[in-house]
Design a protein around this ligand. Structure first.
Ligand code: ATP
Length: 319
């Protein structure tokens, strides 16, 4: 099979209609569907792959809108459940003129946090070739237990586990709590993707030199990736490591680049799992993922800018 199952949150981001303002200054907001695991599932489907999303939405206008976005993009939403008593999560987010991101979350609690282990669609999870997740779903019960159970089910069924941790400090009670909980499931993963700033967050060292990144390596890992924005990505596998530069594009908005990168890489890995043991194949898969991430930065928003396979191949050919 080639199914990528993503587990976690899907929500509505509200982003200012004009650039470079604080949330208080913003004159108006646009709806931008998001949530990293949902973005990954749509990235996979947009590339022509098989994708399913597992998570909980509010039984409200926004929840139904988000499920329709999954379906319209070819993602299986059969494992999405709806909570009649809680709202779909909202996040107001802006990139201020000083370069700082400002967030305001409406999760008190939101439906995604209320998914229980009993509500998991075991059949869908068992069909996964890759089971992908982040760390927002580890923050609060009962979703935390559902997340841990889903990982167990996927692993027992033979799936590769893919982890893209996201510190999002405002959502945790403390930095230390975020670090500890993010690392509490570290060793179970087969594939882990972090960004430069996440290496610093997790190791306490502001460097992506090999000796620093290797602090995050585990002997059971198959692949550890460090994304470097416009510089591309460093990769560490059991028997080899290296750097793959990205492509030259006109960057407009980086939202979703990391998710596009992960979606593209997982798409390649389910098509040919031997890429994890073959350096040449792995570098080719990472080039594809870099190109997918690069294209995603050329337009505003995450989901609208996710490319098709043809668009990715065109950027690679014309480079
Ligand atoms: P996010 O910003 O979505 O939270 P992230 O920090 O992991 O995630 P980046 O490192 O910014 O994401 O980007 C992911 C990948 O997308 C990079 O590894 C690279 O391949 C590609 N990419 C991002 N920005 C650019 C750029 N300006 N030019 C070329 N490629 C880019």
């Amino acid at each position: 099979g080639e199914l990528v199952v993503s587990f976690g949150e899907m929500l509505v981001d509200f982003v200012p209609t004009v650039a470079g303002v604080s949330l208080a200054e913003a004159p108006a907001f646009l709806k931008a569907p998001g949530g990293a695991p949902a973005n990954v599932s749509i990235a996979v489907a947009r590339l022509g792959g098989e994708a399913a999303f597992v998570g909980k939405l509010g039984d409200d206008e926004f929840g139904r809108m988000l499920a329709a976005i999954l379906r319209d993009n070819g993602v299986d939403d059969g494992a999405v459940v709806f909570d009649a008593g809680a709202r779909t999560a909202l996040a107001f987010v802006t990139l201020r003129a000083d370069g700082e991101r400002e967030f305001m979350f409406y999760r008190n609690p939101s439906a995604d946090m209320l998914l229980t282990a009993d509500e998991l669609n075991v059949d869908v999870i068992k069909r996964a070739t890759v089971f992908h997740y982040g760390s927002i779903s580890l923050i609060a019960e009962p979703c935390r237990s559902a997340h841990l159970r889903a990982m167990e089910i996927a692993k027992e069924a033979g799936a590769l586990l893919s982890y893209d941790p996201n510190p999002r400090e405002a959502l945790w009670s403390s930095r230390e709590e975020a670090r500890t909980k993010i690392l509490s499931i570290w060793d179970q993963a087969d594939i882990v993707k972090v960004s430069e700033s996440e290496v610093e967050f997790l190791t306490g060292i502001d460097s992506v030199e090999d000796d620093v990144v290797m602090k995050l390596w585990r002997p059971t890992f198959k692949l550890l990736l460090v994304t470097l924005g416009g510089q591309g990505c460093k990769y560490y596998a059991r028997d080899f490591r290296g750097v793959v530069p990205s492509y030259k594009i006109q960057q407009v908005d980086t939202t979703g680049a990391g998710d596009a990168f992960v979606g593209a890489l997982l798409r390649k890995i389910v098509q040919d799992p031997s890429s994890l043991q073959n350096q040449e194949k792995l570098e080719e898969a990472i080039k594809f993922a870099n190109a997918c991430g690069a294209i995603t930065t050329t337009k505003k928003g995450a989901i609208p800018s996710l490319p098709t396979e043809i668009e990715v191949l065109q950027l690679m050919e014309n480079a």
